[in-house]
Design a protein around this ligand. Structure first.
Ligand code: ATP
Ligand code: ZN
Length: 509
């Protein structure tokens, strides 16, 4: 086009909701207050002649029992009411069978995008790859991308038949095709890949910075991200802004001409970017991370208190009450702190793992049991324990299973699973078994205190995630002796607490 007229677009964004449809106990965040803020931002944008688009960087599922119990129905339906235009499909969208994800896509009523998840049968994207949205004469192309780590960390049961392709390799031809077909005014990627400063992604798959650097300049104008769960704010020379705190100014990252933005997690902030678009040139006019009722250390809101939107509150309340009803009341008591912190369970044997595996052994009459440390998602504090506490430890609804090992095969299995390094989700937690791995080969294996008898078989409890290859564990679910009890990890731990309380910490150290 030959016109030099400028147009304006406000991009609003969140990411990593993880079940937080409701405010926390301190009255922070929550979708009802977010709705009030969004309504105000939409009004202001409209008065200034801006088009508005609302995006999410994905991971709507898993983290709060009230949401998890209801398969994030309040979260997805709530997002539809908030007016989301599109979101990235996150790795935690595979925490349930894909039949549940299909329901969630229907609840959302807006596109849930991923261009790099390929259906192995058709060799085509398994989910909607992109959308082109028209608002006030602006054509906005939105492409979805998902971390390739999903192949490693998601439940193998639920991602069988899917491949996760290199995001940059998929984006380049797709963006070209979209540009030819639609001539968009702006091209945005909604991603769930993580932002790692200066592309230092460590053991994680490459994230948004690597993507922006790998693509020819001008391929993507903006990346709206998620997964690393951080406010992406940088200093003038592009380093991480360690001074950022709620309410302060935030300068988003820019790599190779592409803006990269992320709004921490849980709906704590709404990110707001204002763009001026002139003949395909996209200029960032302003950026802010707007806190949604966040409090400072002395318990004061860092900004004016945002009242919940009454309609949104009325919509969400029955879900919150229904969830709370299923979770209230004590199921047992523990005498001390059962440590399930990430810094423990991925590094050393934990008392909570001993308790969890004891419950799984009891449910399967097993001689010993194993789980990967990364599957333990919270600690249990001393005192009364509720079903809610248990679901925080075990949010994934994994089923409890077992196999009966001939001793020789067991040795080969142990030789693999005892070697996963600390600081990985795979790090082994075990109970009812002892061994020595100081030499090349595993030795001195004892089960229930008795040396391994090579003529015997031994029953091992394990969850369905690890049994189906989760965290890279050897696959057991095709074995003839594999039994899936169809009871969940949370149910089994609840039953164990009901039967054995008060639980003495000393017995599980
Ligand atoms: P995100 O950053 O997307 O929220 P995450 O927090 O799950 O992902 P990590 O903290 O690295 O990412 O945790 C990954 C680990 O979580 C895996 O290595 C595994 O141990 C555990 N995990 C993930 N999904 C499951 C599951 N369905 N069942 C059991 N454990 C799981
Ligand atoms: Zn994630």
């Amino acid at each position: 086009s030959t016109t030099t007229e400028s147009r304006y677009l406000t991009v609003l964004h969140t990411n990593d909701n993880h079940g937080r449809f409701w405010a926390n106990e301190q009255g922070e965040y929550g979708m009802a207050a977010r709705q009030t803020l969004l309504k105000r931002l939409r009004q202001e944008a409209s008065a200034a002649g801006h088009a508005v688009i609302l995006l999410s960087g994905g991971d709507i599922n898993t983290g709060i029992p009230e949401s998890d119990l209801q398969f994030a129905e309040p979260d997805f339906k709530g997002m539809a009411k908030l007016g989301y235009d599109a979101m990235a499909l996150g790795n935690h969208e595979f925490d349930n069978p894909t039949s549940v994800l299909a329901k969630q896509i229907a609840w959302a009523q807006f596109p849930i995008l991923s261009a790099n998840i390929i259906d192995n049968n058709t060799q085509k994207p398994a989910y909607q790859a992109y959308t082109v949205i028209e608002k006030q004469g602006l054509k906005i192309a939105v492409i979805g991308l998902t971390t390739t780590d999903t192949a490693k960390i998601a439940n193998p049961d639920y991602i069988a038949g899917l491949s996760f392709q290199e995001p940059a390799l998929v984006t380049l031809p797709l963006a070209k095709q979209i540009k030819q077909q639609y001539a968009p005014d702006i091209t945005i990627a909604v991603t769930h890949m993580g932002h790692y400063h200066n592309a230092a992604h460590g053991i994680n798959a490459p994230g948004d910075v690597t993507l922006a650097r790998a693509l020819p300049k001008g391929t993507l104008d903006v990346i709206i991200g998620g997964h690393s769960q951080e406010p992406v704010c940088v200093t003038d020379n592009g380093a991480e802004d360690t001074e950022f705190s709620p309410g302060k100014a935030c300068k988003p990252d820019n790599q190779n001409g592409t803006w990269i933005m992320q709004a921490h997690e849980w709906g704590k902030y709404v990110g707001k970017a204002e763009f001026k678009i002139t003949n395909g040139k996209v200029e960032l006019l302003s950026y802010a991370l707007l806190p949604v009722n966040l409090k400072n250390k002395s318990g004061q809101y860092v900004q004016d208190h945002i009242l919940p939107d009454p309609d949104m509150l009325a919509f969400l309340t029955p879900y919150q009450e229904n969830g709370a009803k299923q979770l209230e009341g004590a199921v047992g008591q523990v005498s001390g702190f059962f440590d399930g912190e990430r810094s423990t369970v991925r590094f050393q044997q934990s008392p909570l793992a001993n308790l969890i595996i004891s419950a799984q052994m009891a449910a399967t009459k097993a001689d010993f049991g194993v789980i990967s440390g990364g599957g333990i998602r919270a600690s249990i504090a001393a005192g009364e324990v509720s079903y809610k506490d248990i679901l925080k430890v075990h949010p994934f609804k994994n089923r409890i299973t077992y196999v009966d090992w001939p001793a020789q095969e067991l040795l080969a299995y142990l030789d693999i699973v005892t070697r996963y390094p600390p600081d990985s989700g795979a790090f082994l937690q075990y109970h009812g078994i002892e061994f020595d791995i100081s030499t090349d080969k595993i030795s001195n294996v004892k089960i229930q205190g008795q040396p391994l008898d090579m003529t015997k078989t031994y029953r091992m409890s394990i969850n369905s995630y690890n049994a189906s290859g989760g965290d890279g564990y050897p696959t057991l679910n095709k074995r003839a002796d594999y039994v899936d009890t169809s009871r969940t990890d949370a149910e089994v731990l609840k039953e164990y607490l009901q039967q054995h309380s008060p639980i003495q910490l000393d017995a599980y150290l």
